[in-house]
Design a protein around this ligand. Structure first.
Ligand SMILES: [Zn+2]
Length: 411
């Protein structure tokens, strides 16, 4: 059986971790920062040294291309991202990049003729230093000039970052690719959770990447003197959101497993020790990978808010914030990854991804799949993030076998 070159791959993993290395053993490579530019430069060198074709598109996505030589061949993209959160770990993104690169090198070394072009892609700004999933959103046609105008760190920073790559912020949308030219997308990533580790499994094949929706819920009561207004006569907005939060949590755990719910912000007004709160606002965020259950979750959360407000004689306001739809992975692509794991004798399961990834952009335009390898203790976005050498090697071997499975079934 064709296997990846273990030593070469592990050396690449070690080498990439030097860029933006932190004292705690992680990396800090926010997109388009000097350390991100450095790791990009290193990746380009590796591509050129290995004799693959190097390209960079209008949004800064770098690719290593292994052309099949057939006219009008489509492209199978495999990859992830080299950028990190500030003070992040050395596996998030980088493992997916180098597993894909090593798989491509192994195919090249073995002289395997693929029926499509293979491109290893480093997506720009997956982590959202400027614009989350920037490279993959743009490549798949989801970017807009409106979004490009309001990056998190300001437009000047994004402009300067692109300028350093020789790119013009005004031409970023030209990176969109015709979906008809894309054969598919495969990505491997660390799990960033504990499901695989707890179940003692090697591979988690992602069935969907969760949708994320959020809204501000405000309950409206009446401001009153904190001493003179009798306790049982208060229209206290805070106790409304308190009851809501507790009941919503129970509801989601009971009826919407494995969906998640979070209240990350609470604001009370007028906001004084001696005034009964007239307004209580909480930031509600929920996630699910099943489109029907995702919608049902929202209905249930809204109905509960109404019920609590009515029961306490409070007014209610709901203001939508974000809405990212669940992205379903492609069934046949899932089966290719499972067949790859079978070939290698690895234990696997199907699961949802509760974090966003570039694969969710890709799933909009072509058959896409991603899979996970274990993260020790589920630690991620942290310098202590760790995945063993054997699990990293599994990631790369499954990538190689999944590409070969895809090729065998390609028409
Ligand atoms: Zn990542």
């Amino acid at each position: 059986m064709q296997m990846i070159h273990r030593e070469r791959f592990l050396q690449l993993m070690t080498a990439q971790a030097a860029f933006g290395a932190t004292a705690a053993g992680g990396v800090s490579r926010p997109a388009l920062s000097p350390d991100d530019h450095a790791v990009r430069g290193w990746f380009r060198q590796q591509i050129e040294r290995e004799g693959l074709e190097y390209r960079i598109d209008a949004v800064g996505n770098q690719t290593a291309r292994l052309a099949c030589g057939f006219a009008d061949a489509k492209t199978l993209l495999i990859g992830s991202h080299f950028d990190s959160v500030p003070n992040g770990g050395r596996f998030d993104g980088a493992l997916g990049m180098l597993a894909a690169f090593e798989a491509a090198l192994s195919i090249r070394d073995a002289g395997i003729q693929l029926p499509f072009d293979l491109e290893v892609i480093n997506f720009t700004d997956e982590e959202g230093t400027h614009l989350g999933l920037c490279g993959s959103t743009t490549l798949t046609g989801g970017m807009t000039t409106e979004r490009l105008a309001i990056p998190r760190d300001g437009r000047a920073a994004l402009e300067a970052g692109f300028a350093q790559l020789g790119l013009d912020l005004n031409r970023v949308l030209e990176a969109q690719r015709d979906p008809a030219t894309l054969a598919g997308y495969i990505e491997v990533h660390i799990e960033q959770g504990t499901r695989l580790e707890k179940a003692n499994l090697d591979i988690g094949v992602v069935t969907s990447i969760v949708g994320i929706r959020s809204f501000w819920l405000t309950l409206l009561g009446e401001a009153a003197h904190a001493g003179t207004m009798p306790m049982d006569q208060r229209k206290d907005a805070f106790f409304g959101v308190l009851e809501y939060a507790q009941r919503a949590r129970e509801l989601i755990m009971r009826d919407f497993h494995p969906g998640t719910l979070n209240f990350g912000r609470v604001e009370l007004a007028p906001g004084a020790f001696n005034i009964v709160p007239a307004r209580a606002t909480i930031g509600v965020e929920f996630r699910h990978g099943d489109p029907a259950l995702f919608d049902a979750m929202e209905s249930a959360l809204r109905a509960l808010a109404q019920e609590v407000a009515t029961g306490r004689g409070l007014g209610i306001e709901i203001q939508k914030v974000d809405n990212v739809l669940p992205a379903l992975m492609h069934e046949q692509m899932i089966e290719h990854v499972e067949a790859a794991a079978d070939t290698l004798g690895l234990r696997y399961t199907r699961l949802m991804s509760f974090a966003g990834h570039d694969a969710q952009s890709m799933a909009r335009v072509c058959p896409a799949v991603m899979y996970f390898v274990p993260s020790v203790d589920g630690i991620s976005h942290n310098p202590r993030e760790f995945t063993s050498d054997d699990d990293c090697v599994n990631a790369a071997n499954v990538m190689l076998q999944a590409v070969l499975q895809f090729a065998q079934n390609y028409q």
